[in-house]
Design a protein around this ligand. Structure first.
Ligand SMILES: Cc1cc2nc3c(=O)[nH]c(=O)nc-3n(C[C@H](O)[C@H](O)[C@H](O)COP(=O)(O)OP(=O)(O)OC[C@H]3O[C@@H](n4cnc5c(N)ncnc54)[C@H](O)[C@@H]3O)c2cc1C
Ligand SMILES: NC(=O)c1ccc[n+]([C@@H]2O[C@H](COP(=O)([O-])OP(=O)(O)OC[C@H]3O[C@@H](n4cnc5c(N)ncnc54)[C@H](OP(=O)(O)O)[C@@H]3O)[C@@H](O)[C@H]2O)c1
Length: 528
């Protein structure tokens, strides 16, 4: 018979390290576990994050609300440890574009495992500026005062599983989803994944590395007074601007560069813009080209110019197909961003790339961004209520196709809405067929511009509140996808009102009820 002996006490953290006895003991246990046989060890960088020890933060994040302006979020985080203030600087969408959620991205920066401060796309320049200031605080702080007690999840190294390791997918086709007379331009996009062997589950998003419009690149080269073939970073200037640099919001570093190479009032103006001021009231409209035009005649050297630009970031799209239904294929539902400022047409980078620049057969660098907390229920019998106006339909088309392919018996209720019933009813034939077949138990539609007054999905929800409450009481999961800034909040408010009215609760109790649904994973959002 084996004699059971207590494991030897392992001392990895020296007693001189800046930790309390309890912290030291916890860390010793943690690293002992890591060194024994077991799950994949953390990388050195992740170890470094963990090593900084616990802090006294309560873990609450009252600023985690995408509708709050950054100033309010920072106020709510006042007095908190640096990593928490860094989290408050993020746009709070947990959208995954940075490759993390808001909490993990800030922990990774605070733990010095992530040097890039410009990855929060929805936070834009405001977030990047705030992170830069907080990072300066981090650099100056004595090591012992920093204390994030957290391990950041590993970034998958397998090709196509993270923004840092993309894989090539083949673009197959595009099809316009709007009928004539629509004010929108939304495309159904198909990719073939068989070449790269990627798969996904419904709820995941797809990251796309798009390239800039060449006409736009050429106009910028002309403004620089440079030649296409000028060599920069061992490529031509044209190639670098086409594939590697963001030409959208002019970064502070570009204004800094412009201020260095000019003088007088121009210099003052460029310096003010570099500091986030808005001397002429046009700062929000200044993309890279508009900045060059504003400081016309100031011609940075192509090398310095490229150095001052931000790298081109990938864009995420909710996957609108099911791998179980169509293995090796992937679909997206993409609203094309085009708008005019002054006399110039502006193009959204990735949406217009998918809508017009890429051709069938072309390869694109892509990755699957795993969803965190946005998935079909594990029990296929669980009823689901899906609320997705506009492109918010994307993951719900995927959910329905998946439930059909797997024969999931749960009831399905879709709320879809858009501007006009005649031309903006995406996937109408498919959805109507699903309704007839019984897969789609209920479909509730809301057309915002068909009548005299706006009518939205949440208005339809209120109309059928009693039935909605019955589904909830039966254990249904609720899902919301689409606009983060207004729609998601309004839909949540409608849900609270429905719970209060039909669930016989006060508003406060209804808020708690919806909060509880969130905690249980029964209310999930994919908003952007
Ligand atoms: C998890 C997730 C899922 C997503 N799923 C989808 C999806 O299924 N379908 C979809 O279409 N999109 C989806 N998006 C949004 C998508 O990632 C892109 O943000 C969107 O396509 C725009 O990217 P772009 O590169 O075309 O435009 P960009 O080059 O990023 O330009 C967009 C920017 O242009 C500016 N802008 C836009 N319109 C105007 C205007 N009228 N006036 C002034 N400025 C303006 C704004 O600053 C805006 O941020 C999703 C985002 C996330 C995070
Ligand atoms: N980052 C980007 O550049 C980018 C790119 C694409 C989309 N988006 C955003 O992502 C969202 C999705 O765009 P989309 O093309 O799918 O459609 P959308 O613009 O969200 O419109 C879809 C439907 O939702 C309605 N709607 C507007 N405000 C609402 C509210 N508060 N509550 C409920 N419904 C509301 C719209 O009505 P009305 O329009 O008639 O008011 C329309 O009928 C949009 O908010 C858009 O701004 C951003």
């Amino acid at each position: 018979m084996n004699q059971l002996t207590p494991p030897p006490k392992i001392e990895i953290i020296p007693s001189s390290a800046p930790f309390s006895e309890a912290q030291r003991s916890w860390l010793n246990g943690f690293f002992a576990g890591l060194l024994s046989e077991g799950p994949t060890p953390l990388s050195a960088e992740q170890g470094a994050v963990v090593l900084q020890g616990p802090d006294a933060d309560d873990g609450e994040a009252p600023w985690h609300d995408q509708t709050l302006p950054i100033a309010d979020r920072m106020k709510l985080a006042e007095g908190r440890p640096l990593r928490r203030r860094m989290m408050a600087a993020m746009a709070q969408q947990d959208c995954g574009q940075c490759g993390y959620n808001c909490n993990d991205y800030s922990d990774a920066i605070a733990g010095k495992a992530e040097p890039r401060l410009n990855l929060c796309v929805p936070g834009g320049k405001e977030t990047a500026r705030m992170l830069k200031a907080l990072n300066e605080e981090l650099e100056k702080a004595p090591a012992a005062s920093l204390a994030p007690a957290v391990a950041v999840p590993a970034i998958p190294a397998e090709p196509g599983r993270s923004r840092d390791h993309p894989a090539p997918a083949t673009f197959l086709s595009r099809r316009l989803l709007n009928g004539s007379g629509s004010e929108k331009e939304t495309w159904h996009i198909d990719f073939d994944l068989s070449g790269c062997g990627l798969d996904y589950v419904v709820g995941d998003s797809f990251g796309i590395f798009a390239s800039n419009d060449l006409g736009h690149v050429d106009q910028i080269i002309a403004l620089l007074g440079a030649s296409h073939t000028t060599k920069v970073r061992s490529k031509t200037l044209r190639e670098v601007l086409h594939h590697d640099c963001s030409l959208a919001p002019a970064p502070d570093s570009l204004f800094e560069l412009l201020s260095f190479i000019t003088g007088g009032a121009q210099r003052e103006k460029a310096r003010a813009l570099a500091q986030g001021e808005d001397p002429d009231g046009d700062a929000a409209t200044l993309d890279v080209m508009a900045a060059l035009q504003k400081f016309s005649g100031v011609r940075p050297h192509p090398e310095a110019f490229v150095e001052a630009l931000e790298p081109l970031q990938p864009r995420l799209y909710s996957i609108s197909s099911s791998h179980n239904a169509t293995p090796g294929k992937l679909a997206l539902t993409v609203d094309c961003v085009r708008y005019v400022v002054g006399k110039r047409k502006r193009l959204g980078l990735a949406s217009t790339f998918l809508a017009e620049r890429i051709q069938p057969g072309d390869q694109v660098k892509v990755y699957v961004q795993k969803a965190h907390g946005f998935a079909l229920p594990q029990d296929p019998r669980t009823p689901i209520i899906m609320i997705g106006p506009g492109t918010g339909i994307a993951p719900f088309r995927a959910f329905l196709l998946d439930r059909k392919a797997t024969g999931a018996p749960g009831k399905n209720w879709l709320f879809f809405g858009h501007q006009h019933s005649s031309c903006d009813f995406f996937y109408a034939d498919e959805l109507n067929a699903m309704k007839i077949s019984g897969l789609l138990t209920r479909m509730s539609l809301a057309w915002s511009r068909d009548g005299d007054k706006k009518f939205y999905v949440q208005d339809r929800m209120r109309e059928v509140g009693r039935e909605l409450w019955t589904w909830l009481a039966e254990g249904a999961n609720v899902y919301v996808c689409g606009d983060a800034k207004r729609m998601a909040k309004d839909v949540e408010r409608a849900l609270v009102d429905i719970v209060a009215q039909f669930g016989a609760r006060s508003t406060d109790e209804a808020v708690l009820f919806v909060g509880e649904l969130k905690k249980q994973g029964r209310f999930q959002q994919d908003v952007y």
